[in-house]
Unconditional design. Sequence first.
Length: 465
Amino acid sequence: MNNLGLVFTDKSGTVLTLTNDEDYVISIKDPDNQTVTSTGAFDKVGTYVVTISAKETANPTCKNGQTLNVRVASNVIGDAHFTTTYAPYYTGAALTPSKAELGKLVIENVNASVKAETLKDDEWEITGYSNNINASIYKDGVAKTFGYIEIKVNGDSSYAGQTYKIPFEIKPLTVSVDTVTVPKTVTYNKGNGPASDYKVQLVVNAKDASGKIVKTLNDDDYTVEYEYKEGANSATSDATNELHDFIKATVKIKNTNYVGANGTVTSVEMPEKDANNNSKWTEIVEKAITSDMIKINPSTYTYTGGNITPTFVVMDGSLVLYDSAEYSADKAEYKVVSITNNKNVGTGTVTVKGITGKYSGTASANFTITPANTSDVKVTFTDDSECQYTGRQVRPRTFKATLNGNDVTDQFEIAGYGENISGKGTVTLKPVDGNKNFTGDNISAEFNIVKEYVTADLNVYNSNG
């Protein structure tokens, strides 16, 4: 009993050289509370109480003491595993598998000649987890760090009371060509030098094999290397900083949670095209025209009954760009693609497109069309036969309504008539139900009631009769 393999350290962790019976003394009680002599052994199943005390001398090397409980079992756990392989992917959250996910617990004895024992579900419990968030770290494709499931054996098992930490691999997510989003274009900057000056912004995701777990990497998780690649439509044959050359990105993974199967995917180089023929290089293009560059003034127009062409310019800062409809091809910087929804009340849209070599992209801006007032509508009655005097109320039906010379007849219907016996007659018109182009009161339109037509033959003679 003189050599228990005790190691003493100070607070800083430095190993101390202490000798039994010179610097300290040991007393041991067996499970029956009997003193174990120096020639005795740990030969009973149960808990031994070991008390280590500083030896009282004239010049002691240590002071105080400690009491340790040492359990002696009939069987000792040498290893343990579950019948279900648990090797989850990194999720960013603590992984806490249940018994159902792990299957049965199999205990292997420290003595290899003893047969392994499969415990019943009520003979063990999960007491905790450790190192269970980050992915395993690998060396040469082999996992070197693990998460741990802490178990305790209960009940009547010969291993009862013992605890063990069972390791499990946490697989890293994988960054691939398909999980990296690359912008299609970047605006040409004459002052840039190396491709890295463009600071092309990527969105880098990592996924598990099923694609169900997706994590977006932060800037600290990776670095990017950039290089110029020659474009077919650029001015020279050199891969450099010029219009219509490309920028190629290579992602270097720093965070070990995203280094792929067995930690082997640490660099992802973007090809010119992916498997679906989508571009994975970024083209250097002319400055893109944006919606903010389209200045419509005024931005609100009153309904006219016809198509409205709003007044607008396209500006790059304080510079008014040249419209292809007004300037020659060598000067033009944009062209009008369309003006849509520009007749009825609501929101109209102006769409313009950059001229290749000057500006790129297509952009749109909106303007508003508000209702006209019914008081601005002019009404005429076009069928004189409906306006003839009859001695009774005259009710003409055929009319024409115009606004700024534009025909809006189909937007009105007759709502009523005046007395309309003779002289001046009146007809009340209103916008048809659901009409949004007009606001204001109903229209009261006048017409003349014709009592009779005078007919005559007109003979014309010259000076000779």
